[in-house]
Design a protein around this ligand. Structure first.
Ligand code: BDR
Ligand code: CA
Length: 300
């Protein structure tokens, strides 16, 4: 079994919630704890705790982390409907006491070579943990990061210049990528190929489980926000890689993060290099991914 800490900015986009639900439903995974990051990290911790309750996993610990970008120099983006489909209004939900960064450091240091960090939000908590305890870099099994874009994969995709998780805290991302920690980079090059549609949504709704109904409720708010009925499954792809590595094709590289040029801030530059610390994902078997995600959410 793969022992995970999931660091998330769950809230507006549905994919963090889907990633957590997939992890909850996967026997290959032990969730050691969940940490939240970026903007209202306390609200994100409450949303997470509620999702765990809906999935009958009340005992998993949830810790709130850093709210600002590392240098306090980046705007915080919030959509406004964070968690509304999951938390009911005025619901009192407690999360665990203690700081996300302490939990990350302590768990990795107590279990050398055992813990995989799944990073599906801006990298502020993880960079802070590395600053505070640099030796986590040698003791973490791997950091699987949803973030960035390399354009070394399928050239037919039209990809944006930079990606949200890196753009929100490029200084933190730079610290993490240059730390020499073993990283698997799941960028837009592959996450643009994995989607969730209204058709999938209806299957979740028909299952009528409390967890799936909450996911559908939050998904509907996201669909209304983006004015579409198809969305990308960026974050669940990281979890499905922790379940089955074979669904992606990767190549070793070194990755540089731009943070000090106005136009290029938040871009990731990957240089293929066999001695690099980053395995970048170049391609994904999206059919197999969809199978993993749906089958497990539907308990099939
Ligand atoms: C990333 O940004 C967030 O909106 C998603 O949850 C994902 O982690 C995609 O760029
Ligand atoms: Ca996310």
């Amino acid at each position: 079994q793969n022992r995970l800490i999931i660091d998330t900015d769950i809230g507006s986009d549905i994919d963090d919630a889907m990633a957590l639900a997939l992890a909850m439903k996967s026997k290959e995974i032990i969730i050691e704890g969940i940490t939240t990051v970026y903007g209202n990290a306390e609200l994100r911790a409450r949303i997470t705790k509620k999702l765990l309750q809906l999935g009958n996993q009340k005992n998993i610990k949830v810790f709130a982390g850093v709210s600002q970008s590392l240098l306090f120099n980046r705007d915080i983006w919030m959509a406004g409907h964070e968690g509304e489909g999951i938390l009911t209004e005025d619901e009192h939900i407690e999360y665990d006491s203690g700081h996300a960064v302490d939990f990350i450091i302590q768990t990795i240091m107590k279990n050398p070579g055992e813990i995989t960090l799944i990073a599906i939000g801006p990298l502020t908590n993880i960079a802070t943990a590395i600053i505070r305890e640099p030796s986590i870099v040698k003791n973490v099994k791997e950091i699987i990061i949803m973030g960035g874009v390399t354009r070394l994969g399928d050239n037919s995709l039209t990809l944006p210049i930079n990606e949200h998780n890196i753009r929100c805290d490029p200084e933190a991302a730079s610290i993490v990528f240059s730390s020499k920690a073993p990283i698997c980079m799941v960028g837009l090059d592959v996450t643009y190929k994995v989607t969730f549609t209204k058709f999938h949504r209806d299957q979740l709704e028909n299952s009528k489980t409390p967890l799936n109904l909450a996911l559908v409720n939050q998904l509907d708010r996201w669909f209304a926000f983006i004015k579409e009925d198809i969305t990308k499954m960026h974050d669940p792809l990281t979890v499905s890689i922790a379940i089955n590595r074979d669904i992606v094709k990767t190549e070793k590289a070194k990755v540089h993060v731009e943070y000090d040029h106005r136009q290029m801030t938040g871009t990731t530059i990957a240089i293929p290099d066999k001695s690099g610390n980053v395995e970048i994902c170049l391609d994904v078997d999206s059919r197999r991914f969809n199978n993993i995600l749906l089958r497990r959410l539907l308990d099939e």
